[in-house]
Design a protein around this ligand. Sequence first.
Ligand code: TXA
Ligand code: MG
Length: 314
Amino acid sequence: MVDAEALENAARILRGGGLVAMPTETVYGLAADATNDRAVAGIFKAKGRPRFNPLIAHVPGVPEAARHAVFSPLAERLAAAFWPGPLTLVLPRRADSSLSLLASAGLDTVALRSPAHPVAQALLAAFGGPLAAPSANPSGEVSPTTAAHVAESLGARVDMILDGGPCAVGVESSIVKVDGDCAVLLRPGGLDIASIERVAGAAVRRVAAGPVEAPGMLASHYAPRARLRLDVVDPQPDEAFLAFGAPPAGAQVVLQLSLERDLKEAAANLFAHLRAGDRAVVERGLVRIAVAPVPADGLGEAINDRLRRAATPR
Ligand code: TXA
Ligand code: MG
């Protein structure tokens, strides 16, 4: 795991403008000094991101976030209820924020999140500043939920990988833009919308991809190499089957999201199983991955969102 020496090394790399893969409770992030334009540019280069899309700045908590963004009472309530945790807030940028303009892609808003993983918090403490971090995978590919996933896909393009074990949540944070007393969901994620609405005290609008083309909002994203067929009850013999509950008798290669049909467990398994499905397709000469229907309530909204994007042809 991660000891004090590893954290000090990681902080030194970050101060020098390097890249460190860090565990968070959602997915592994590719972290760099969020106040350093060159370091942030290094993230885009390592991921092969086609354009400079804005990144999330990770902070220990509200006091640090408040140096960079203006919190309305609603934003304060959401942060108090869900930070640290899988909620990213998009808020008006403060004029005196030290965040790299590249990290926020020149917008007048910034995305901020306080991650719940102890290693992410320890790294933030050791580094002593905000960390820009998108998911630690090449652009368009499946997000990593273990340190091994990061090593497989980014390898030498990252200066150091901190291994904090498998991610407990398994899908990216929910992104909510807060403008005064109005909240809009930009990306469904690890925090279910019903919980957000309970604290907001009002319905939260969902928006489709806006002028800011969030990578997580591109039609094809989180994509494995194999093709996907969704909402499958009876998989064919030449399909790997991503099951949710007991699979049908005929299913050949079964990857179980959750036998007990628990959405939390399914979210935590989703990206690792998509990778395993990819491998099974290649190794066993199958034609594609078939996916069982997953209910759309609670975390199911984020799971279905990622599955739809993964199934969209590139
Ligand atoms: O769980 C997560 O959120 C992970 C972990 C590492 O924290 N991070 C993550 O980052 O998923 P990334 O870069 O893959 O997604 C960040 C999303 C993008 O869709 C981006 O467009 C959006 O946040 N975003 C960032 N700043 C924004 C802004 N000012 N306005 C609107 N969207 C913004
Ligand atoms: Mg991503």
